[in-house]
Design a protein around this ligand. Structure first.
Ligand SMILES: *[C@@H]1O[C@H](CO)[C@@H](O)[C@H](O)[C@H]1NC(C)=O
Ligand SMILES: *[C@@H]1O[C@H](CO)[C@@H](O)[C@H](O)[C@H]1NC(C)=O
Ligand SMILES: *[C@@H]1O[C@H](CO)[C@@H](O)[C@H](O)[C@H]1NC(C)=O
Ligand SMILES: *[C@@H]1O[C@H](CO)[C@@H](O)[C@H](O)[C@H]1NC(C)=O
Ligand SMILES: *[C@@H]1O[C@H](CO)[C@@H](O)[C@H](O)[C@H]1NC(C)=O
Ligand SMILES: *[C@@H]1O[C@H](CO)[C@@H](O)[C@H](O)[C@H]1NC(C)=O
Ligand SMILES: *[C@@H]1O[C@H](CO)[C@@H](O)[C@H](O)[C@H]1NC(C)=O
Ligand SMILES: *[C@@H]1O[C@H](CO)[C@@H](O)[C@H](O)[C@H]1NC(C)=O
Ligand SMILES: *[C@@H]1O[C@H](CO)[C@@H](O)[C@H](O)[C@H]1NC(C)=O
Length: 499
């Protein structure tokens, strides 16, 4: 009996781990419609240091592809609508495009998807008619060099492809788009490519504020909206919009096509009328989104279904036209400081490495170099903190108080801690690609004084401090981790019984 039970736990543990590997992920869109952004190398460092593993770009810019080489970061790259005509006309154009734009940088740069065209239904001129022929030519070009299984071809859409999205079960594609959507859906189904959609509860809320509650748009609602046809309960608009797409696909009998959310997010600033565009709301939306996705919750119509999501956007982009909010979707300012703090891990503030309890760290905490990280990782993170991270590293220069002991771990610890304290002292501010670790003992020694929260608010005051509300609702442990602990604990108990 004990043995069988234990076997059961081992199996569930294994399933859990498998589940982890196939779990949904969150990436970030790296748009560059701005004239004040850091060079791509710096942007790639920023992404890496914040432990972001998936990035979407909108073209195949050489500097950007090179910047992400050998980072392990997976890239979605794009063919802009302006390039659809040549790529749709001749196979040889697609072959040349692949040969010049992708092959020189692959596989050092890990490209996993090519989006051919973006939101064509919103684009002026009739580019919709070009998108499927261009997708086919790009896929053929990939097949010729044997990469068609490694790099998938799709195209992104706005929710405007649907003519109905409420209730979700009534989701339906706009029949005026059928001429290109039908062959596209066939293409996606045949090649196992996802349907890519951009989902913006912000716009739905802004444009019909009277009937949609802000809480519902921000994943904070305590009440549910019921779909009268299916009885499914919706607690947030994101799920309702994704399910409208699933139902639209099912209505056309495309049941196997997966959905990928290639853009979503919330602006931190807007015109005076855009009252919901605040750093607090942006932080709440993205924090809740990440937890929702990482948890593999799925949606009411597809519970547990993998749903990968890209947050728009890495930087504020000052050249985007339109209302003020358009230029304020970024997680970072062009100077690489955070607009607000965001935990990409979605795992709350517990330190998994030490197993310490976030509530036991309610006093002052510090961030130091983890003794598990490699020299090269430490050096890169140290260089980053003292450079792009805007940390004052004077104290670790020769003859300064924190120079001795003159070693990498000690210098990195000092720099990591300063960055951490200046950026809200959240666990993400101590990630450094895994090289940082939070501690509750003051690492200061002799006349080397480590910064504490509040000792320098200059930079922190430009970011929104984590609101106490979102702190208190954080999961102490990620679900998989606590289940893991529980399973281990019970196996140990059974083991003891057995003996
Ligand atoms: C776009 O092109 C397609 C195919 O050529 C055609 O069926 C459709 O009517 C065109 N739409 C518009 C708005 O011109
Ligand atoms: C469907 O698409 C056409 C062409 O873009 C547009 O004119 C029409 O308003 C759309 N219908 C709905 C219900 O969204
Ligand atoms: C807004 O909601 C109210 C009450 O729920 C409903 O009576 C009204 O018809 C809705 N208005 C629109 C435009 O959907
Ligand atoms: C995580 O998933 C479980 C079930 O799979 C669900 O009960 C829980 O509400 C989810 N948590 C979040 C934050 O989505
Ligand atoms: C974590 O903190 C809570 C609240 O202070 C406490 O009840 C719990 O025992 C702590 N757990 C650990 C592992 O320290
Ligand atoms: C944490 O907070 C509790 C109550 O708010 C307090 O009693 C405790 O001493 C604090 N712990 C530390 C390490 O500051
Ligand atoms: C690494 O740090 C942990 C706690 O901070 C400590 O217990 C451990 O002994 C250290 N390991 C080495 C190899 O220094
Ligand atoms: C805070 O740090 C900045 C630069 O890192 C420095 O210019 C400023 O003088 C510091 N302010 C205080 C009060 O220490
Ligand atoms: C924060 O920093 C950005 C760019 O570094 C700047 O444009 C903005 O005015 C600053 N905000 C505040 C409140 O200081």
């Amino acid at each position: 009996m004990g043995r069988e039970l234990r076997l059961g736990f081992l199996v569930s543990l294994l399933l859990l781990l498998l589940d982890l590997c196939s779990g949904s992920f969150v990436g970030v869109c790296y748009g560059r419609n701005a004239d004040d952004l850091p060079i791509p190398d710096k942007a790639a460092e920023l992404v890496k240091i914040h432990n972001i593993k998936y990035v979407r770009i909108y073209d195949s810019n050489i500097q950007v592809l090179k910047a992400f080489a050998n980072t392990g970061i997976e890239l979605v790259i794009g063919v802009p609508n302006s390039d659809l005509l040549p790529l749709s006309q001749f196979q040889s154009n697609a072959d040349t495009w692949l040969k010049n734009n992708i092959l020189p940088y692959y596989p050092a740069t890990k490209i996993t998807y090519i989006t051919v065209g973006a939101e064509v239904t919103e684009s002026p001129g009739n580019v919709s008619a070009l998108v499927v022929p261009a997708m086919k030519n790009v896929l053929t070009a990939l097949r010729k060099v044997g990469l068609h299984k490694k790099i998938k071809v799709s195209s992104t859409h706005s929710l405007g492809v649907l003519s109905r999205s409420f209730p979700p079960s009534a989701g339906a594609f706009n029949s005026s788009h059928a001429f290109f959507l039908k062959p596209m859906l066939e293409f996606l189904a045949e090649n196992g490519s996802p349907f890519m959609i951009n989902i913006y509860p912000y716009y739905a809320y802004r444009d019909s504020a009277t009937n949609i509650s802000l809480d519902y748009a921000l994943f904070e609602s305590s009440s549910e909206v019921i779909d009268p046809n299916t009885g499914l309960l919706y607690t947030n608009m994101f799920d309702a919009q994704v399910d409208a797409l699933y139902f639209a696909l099912m209505a056309l009998n495309f049941k196997t096509i997966k959905v990928m959310v290639t853009e979503t997010g919330w602006p931190s600033k807007g015109s005076p009328k855009e009252t919901a565009a605040t750093p607090d709301n942006a932080q709440t939306y993205n924090t809740n989104l990440i937890r929702h996705v990482i948890n593999n919750t799925g949606t009411p119509a597809k519970p547990g279904e993998e749903l990968d999501v890209y947050i728009f956007s890495l930087f504020n982009e000052n050249r985007k036209p339109g209302l003020e909010s358009e230029r304020n979707w970024g997680l970072f300012y062009p100077d690489q400081t955070s607009v607000y703090n965001l935990d990409f891990s979605g795992r709350g503030s517990v330190d998994i490495a030490t197993g310490t309890n976030s509530t036991s760290l309610n006093g002052t905490t510090w961030c130091i170099a983890s003794n598990k990280s490699s020299e090269i990782d430490l050096q890169n993170a140290l260089d980053w903190a003292c450079g792009s991270g805007n940390v004052d590293c004077t104290a670790i220069q020769p003859s300064q108080p924190c120079f001795e002991p003159d070693n990498l771990a000690s210098h990195a610890s000092y720099a990591f801690n300063s960055y951490y304290q200046q950026n809200g002292a959240t666990d993400i501010a101590c990630s450094f690609g895994g090289a940082g670790i939070r501690v509750d003992k003051d690492p200061s020694y002799d006349s080397c004084l480590y910064m504490t929260a509040g000792s320098n608010k200059t930079i922190a005051s430009n970011t929104t401090a984590m609101s106490s509300k979102s702190l208190s609702t954080r999961n102490i442990f990620p679900t998989w981790f606590s289940t893991f602990l529980l399973a281990t604990f019970i196996s140990v108990l059974l083991e003891v019984n057995h003996v």
